[in-house]
Write a protein that binds this ligand. Structure first.
Ligand SMILES: CC(=O)[C@@H](O)[C@H](O)COP(=O)(O)O
Ligand SMILES: NCC(=O)COP(=O)(O)O
Length: 239
């Protein structure tokens, strides 16, 4: 059965909207774990627009499952990861102008620097996942770069307009997951997944874990975090 890693970034987005100290993403992480999350994801962005360094360090101290730190492949973030020591680092692209992550890391362009970052983390005992588009070339490059896992960017599928485009985008995810498994990579999936789009993954056993944040936090605003996590957990249990 696939895992559910809950991304608590957007609890922090709500906090940062008024620059106060609530809601606390750390409290949300503990509630998500009690509701069935298999891990907690946070994206420490260079601009700290939501999750900040205090959150990451406190999460490390208090969560009971596993900490997945999403970060850009910069020396600043590598230094933080080596200090915090998450169970997994997921390398993601990042630029200040983006509203949210817009695509996967392009390993054709950044192969050398990403390989160096992977080595720096793995040499200190930290496994590395790479957030990439569902493209065979990217998956092969992730494998060649020595990544432990990949996270397939599901945004193109989740945001596709019309059944034909959605089917096309989803079939790329299926092919990507199968190729990654053949290469003995761990396979996660995430970005934009919601209580409807997750249903398409029924039977796709190659996915080890789903990283979901925005749709869970959005639902939590209406029904509460415990229920929002439990409902997503139940959907994934049924895949
Ligand atoms: C990498 C990814 O798809 C998500 O973790 C996303 O980055 C969440 O953070 P933002 O919403 O700030 O992009
Ligand atoms: N890597 C994907 C993630 O952690 C959550 O993305 P989203 O569900 O907030 O779009």
């Amino acid at each position: 059965m696939a895992g559910l890693a809950v991304n608590i970034d957007h609890i922090a987005t709500l906090r940062e909207a008024r620059k106060v100290n609530y809601p606390d993403p750390v409290a949300a992480a503990l509630l998500a774990e009690l509701a069935g999350a298999d891990g907690i994801v946070c994206h420490l962005r260079e601009d700290r627009r939501h999750v900040n360094d205090r959150d990451v360090r406190l999460l490390r101290k208090v969560i009971q499952t596993k900490l997945i730190l999403e970060m850009a492949a910069t020396s600043e973030m590598v230094g933080i990861a080596l200090d915090v020591r998450p169970e997994l680092v997921t390398l993601v692209p990042e630029n200040r102008e983006e509203v949210t992550t817009e695509g996967g890391l392009d390993l054709i362009v950044h192969n050398k620097s990403i390989g160096e970052t992977i080595g720096a983390l793995q040499n200190n005992g930290i496994p590395v996942s790479i957030f990439i588009d569902a493209e065979p070339e990217q998956i092969k490059l992730a494998h060649q770069a020595g990544a432990n896992m990949i996270e397939i960017h599901t945004g193109a599928y989740c945001e596709a307009m019309g059944n034909a485009r959605r089917r096309q985008a989803f079939s790329k995810i299926v092919d990507a997951a199968k190729l990654a498994k053949k290469l003995k990579l761990g396979v996660n999936a995430g970005h934009g997944l919601c209580y409807n789009t997750i249903k398409a993954f029924r039977g796709l056993t190659e996915i080890d874990e789903y990283s979901i944040g925005h749709s869970i936090v959005s639902r939590a605003a209406l029904v509460g975090l415990d229920r929002a996590v439990r409902e997503m957990r139940e959907l994934i249990n049924g895949l």
